[in-house]
Write a protein that binds this ligand. Structure first.
Ligand code: ZN
Length: 769
């Protein structure tokens, strides 16, 4: 037995199906000769590589997955007077691949600062109409800074190796091919001039403080680093042009860094000679910090740092650091550093949250830095895996926001009198969350930043948003009372301007960082927002969080590709998302969904033209021979006012008799008797397919929210209609009422159209005038 509602709905479906059949034919005609299947729900088979033994169709590493490793032993010396760094390293490269390697590629990223750097000639924008004096002078008036690597030795067993340098890459020819499972050990010695990162920019360098004559160093990309060799690329061969960051293999590091004796230094790894470099008092405080879970303990106080600023010791001290399973190494050193630490309980173990900052960072830094580091480690660990390294350091460096394993540089400097705006405070907290968060993506989930900026920046910015919101909930006194944490990115509304902007200046997320117009929106904002929408609106938090965690755990300490992420998110949730990846990641389409038409219908026994025609199309020549009821649109020629206000059984004898013949009085009493029948049409000027979130408001003031899945667009990409049977009259329809989808045009989101409000406004203005 059919319920009355399904009977009606069936009619509407029959009607729409008829309309659809017509439209589909028309569309097919328009696309005549068009053999490309452009359905937005087709699978991504053409875009994805074929799964294999290394990477499976589930998105997990395959049974033959491998990764090569590079271990480093380094001796580094900083010449603080001349801002020069000298180093010697012994690299042991492990060939875990099944391939024979005839040569190795080593990355010389500092060569982007050499006088001959081709990267300086890469842009074709002409003259800038405005410039800051400093930039103008360095661009047109000064000799370029010479900061490239000077390689003084490449050898194995004391014998020189043949090398060829191609810009930022150096090929090392092997004495004999390196077979699968073998390792090769060789030495490189070098020096280079360290850049002032405030004048010459860059992710590494020093800041000079003229008041006290000191430098503060944040040092990275300072040693020749092995390139990645893998099943996807062979040798990673995309040069360092400046925008795309780094692709690096994992390995173990033992690094001895010699600096002036009055410097404070920290870096990637555990300090193995703490007793040699710490005073007794520092040791005592350190032991205290390891037990302090609620607030940081000062290892070096501001008073002590200010005293050290005046020292300029001629003596040297060597700090020895050791790290396992890291993809890189960086350190910070200065006699200006204040140092604080606290312990973070991550369940299985404790790790240390650490901050290094000159007095110029206070009071902001002593109040928030280490607290934010600790929160970030907890929040990210909850959503991915327990942070596996022993510590995470936040270093204050003006204008910097840059990440390395266990250490990162962060901006956020108060005014000289110590005051600071909310913008500086939240900017500082957010950059710390972001850069500490990079420990997870890409330092541990080790994606190729050189090729795919979004895999680290997008995932990290998404997690940053989550961690920021959690910070606001956990520490409401640290933010404006009764508000959410003011995240700069992540909320759907924040990406609208970018997505509706000039298509000429938008690139798909699946682009190389060198080739995009707006790296911030392209690699950070849009993917972060897409994932936030995926979590909150498309998949729901439970399914999303499980799948996201599965991805993080599958690829922890490994090298994932975009497909490994896309596939895992589907595999672990049973949500087919090919349409979502295709639209949000492979195109520059945006979301624009509106409500275009609302029609109201009544039930009648009186045959309508449209109904009769439809029946004929389905082969019913004489409808009067069957029990048929019709629906008629209010206001159409065939509509009679007497139908209004009555139930369908009152308006149709056919229906009434059917009910009497087939149902008991009790069954009839239990049935719904909707008085209003609507057809609501939604249109989609935007290219992206998305769920339609609709709020229906009724005459009695109640409302309900319905979400139609994105699949509603699978057979018609422009317009879809839904039938609704209700007891109450609909007075208002709003699409995406809570602005969850980054809809770029909300003018078409309401029925009745906002235009009527404008008319009302006009009327008001006229009468007032
Ligand atoms: Zn980042």
């Amino acid at each position: 037995m059919k319920s009355i509602k399904t009977a009606f709905v069936a009619f509407f479906i029959l009607m729409s199906a008829g309309l659809y059949a017509q439209e589909a034919e028309q569309q097919a005609e328009q696309k005549e000769g068009g053999h490309l299947n452009e359905n937005k729900f087709r699978q991504l088979y053409q875009e994805f590589s074929t799964p294999n033994q290394y990477r499976t169709g589930s998105g997990a590493p395959g049974p033959a997955y491998y990764q090569n490793e590079a271990d480093y032993k380094m001796d580094i010396e900083l010449d603080d007077k001349n801002q020069k760094l000298t180093g010697h390293e012994t690299i042991t490269y492990h060939n875990n691949s099944p391939d024979v390697l005839e040569y190795l590629w080593v990355q010389l990223d500092q060569n982007i600062r050499s006088k001959e750097s081709v990267a300086k000639l890469k842009d074709g924008n002409g003259i800038a109409p405005v410039a800051q004096p400093g930039n103008f002078v360095s661009e047109y008036m000064q000799e370029p800074f010479d900061g490239g690597f000077n390689i003084t030795e490449v050898s194995a067993d004391g014998k020189p190796l043949k090398t060829v340098i191609n810009n930022t890459m150096m090929r090392v020819d092997l004495p004999q091919p390196l077979k699968a499972g073998e390792k090769f050990t060789f030495d490189i010695a070098w020096w280079y001039n360290i850049n002032n990162h405030l004048e010459d920019r860059g992710r590494s360098g020093f800041e000079h403080f003229p008041e006290d004559g000191n430098n503060s160093y944040v040092i990275a990309q300072f040693f020749p680093r092995m390139a990645v060799y893998n099943d996807v690329e062979g040798w990673q061969n995309y040069q360092f042009w400046g925008n795309g960051e780094f692709a690096l293999p994992f390995g173990d590091y033992e690094v001895n860094i010699t600096v002036p004796a009055d410097h404070i230094l920290d870096g990637t790894g555990e300090l193995v000679n703490r007793k040699e470099v710490f005073s007794k008092e520092m040791m005592r405080r350190y032991e205290q910090a390891k037990k302090s879970y609620d607030k940081p303990v000062m290892i070096v106080t501001q008073e002590e740092a200010e005293a050290a600023e005046k020292g300029f010791s001629d003596k040297k001290k060597t700090w020895k650091l050791k790290a396992e399973m890291v993809r890189d190494f960086a350190f910070a050193t200065s006699r200006k550093f204040i140092w604080d630490m606290m312990a973070v309980d991550l369940g299985e173990k404790d790790v240390m949250a650490v901050s290094l900052y000159p007095k110029e960072g206070n009071p902001l830094w002593e109040d928030y830095s280490t607290k934010v580091v600790a929160h970030t480690l907890k929040s990210y660990s909850d959503h991915t895996f327990a942070y596996p390294y022993p510590k995470a350091i936040s270093v204050h460096a003006k204008n910097q926001g840059m990440e390395y394993p266990m250490i990162c540089w962060n901006y956020g400097r108060p005014n000289e009198d110590g005051t600071y705006s909310d913008r500086v405070k939240y900017g500082m907290m957010s950059v710390i969350i972001h850069e500490v968060g990079h420990n997870f993506f890409p330092m541990i989930v080790n994606s190729d930043e050189r090729q795919w900026g979004w895999m680290d920046e997008g995932l990290d910015t998404f997690m940053q948003y989550v961690a920021e919101q959690e910070y606001g909930e956990k520490f409401p006194n640290d933010i404006e009372p009764h508000t959410k944490y003011p995240s700069r990115r992540g909320e759907p509304s924040k990406i609208v301007d970018y997505m509706k902007g000039d298509q000429k200046y938008i690139s798909p997320i699946m682009s190389n960082p060198e080739n995009v117009y707006q790296l911030g929106n392209n690699a950070y904002g849009k993917p972060a927002t897409a994932l936030n929408i995926l979590r909150e609106t498309v998949m729901g938090k439970e399914l999303f969080d499980y799948a996201f965690k599965t991805y993080a755990q599958r690829w922890m300490f490994k090298h994932p590709t975009p497909e490994d992420f896309f596939r895992t998110m589907e595999d672990a949730s049973a949500v087919d998302l090919d349409w979502f990846w295709r639209g949000w990641f492979y195109t520059t389409d945006n979301v624009d969904i509106g409500v275009s038409e609302v029609k109201k219908y009544y039930v009648t026994d009186q045959p309508t033209k449209e109904g009769t025609e439809l029946l004929q199309r389905y082969g019913v020549e004489d409808p009067s021979s069957m029990d048929i009821l019709y629906v008629v649109e209010e206001g159409s020629e065939e509509f009679e006012a007497s139908l209004k206000g009555k139930s369908p059984a009152e308006n149709s004898t056919t229906l009434n008799e059917y009910l009497m013949d087939n149902f008991t009085p009790q069954q009839r009493a239990d049935m719904k008797m909707p008085k209003y029948f609507y057809q609501v049409t939604f249109n989609k000027p935007g290219g992206l397919v998305m769920p339609i979130i609709v709020e229906y408001t009724y005459a009695d003031g109640t409302s309900e929210k319905v979400t139609y899945p994105a699949q509603i667009w699978r057979k018609n990409d422009q317009e879809v209609s839904r039938a609704l049977a209700t007891d109450k009259e609909i007075t208002k329809i709003v699409v995406d009422p809570d602005l969850e989808t980054a809809d770029v045009n909300v003018n078409n989101n309401s029925w009745p159209q906002e235009a009527e409000v404008d008319k009302f406004q006009e009327f008001k203005e006229r009468t007032q005038g």
